[in-house]
Design a protein around this ligand. Structure first.
Ligand SMILES: [Cu+2]
Length: 135
């Protein structure tokens, strides 16, 4: 009876690198550079490229963002209400309607026919936008 008691002990040395030592209050509060806004986004000639697939329209501060959007027919648009009040995104010709979107909620709509669709929030009708569906 021979016993081969071969015990291999592999000690994995855990090297504790104390990296995060920067906990002393050195808040690098570099002032933000004064944004010299040279008007950048000027969509001149060829219209904005139609987004296909899925797109998102955010609602924030009683505004649709973007409020002008071109999508391809059949696209799904997710409408994300970032406000703390209920909104809708409703085509004025009722081609699409999210219904009530609760605060911080999302709804999706699908556009199935080409055209230009002005839309509003039926609760706050000063909220307007236009969705263009390209064929
Ligand atoms: Cu609204």
């Amino acid at each position: 009876m021979s016993r081969l008691g071969r015990v291999t002990l592999q000690c994995t040395a855990v090297v504790a690198l104390a990296t995060g030592l920067a906990a002393c209050g050195s808040k690098s509060s570099s002032p933000p550079p004064a944004s010299s806004g040279s008007g950048s986004s000027t969509t001149a000639s060829s219209g904005s490229s139609a987004a296909s697939g899925s797109t998102t329209i955010d609602i924030k501060n009683y505004k649709f963002m973007p409020d002008q959007l071109t999508v391809k027919v059949g696209s799904t648009i997710t409408v994300h209400n970032m406000d703390s009040t209920v909104h809708t995104l409703t085509a004025t010709n009722k081609a699409f309607d999210t219904g009530d979107i609760p605060a911080n909620g999302t709804k999706t709509i699908t556009v199935s026919k080409p055209g230009t669709y002005p839309y509003v929030c039926t609760i706050h009708q000063f909220m307007m936008g236009t969705l263009t569906v390209s064929g």
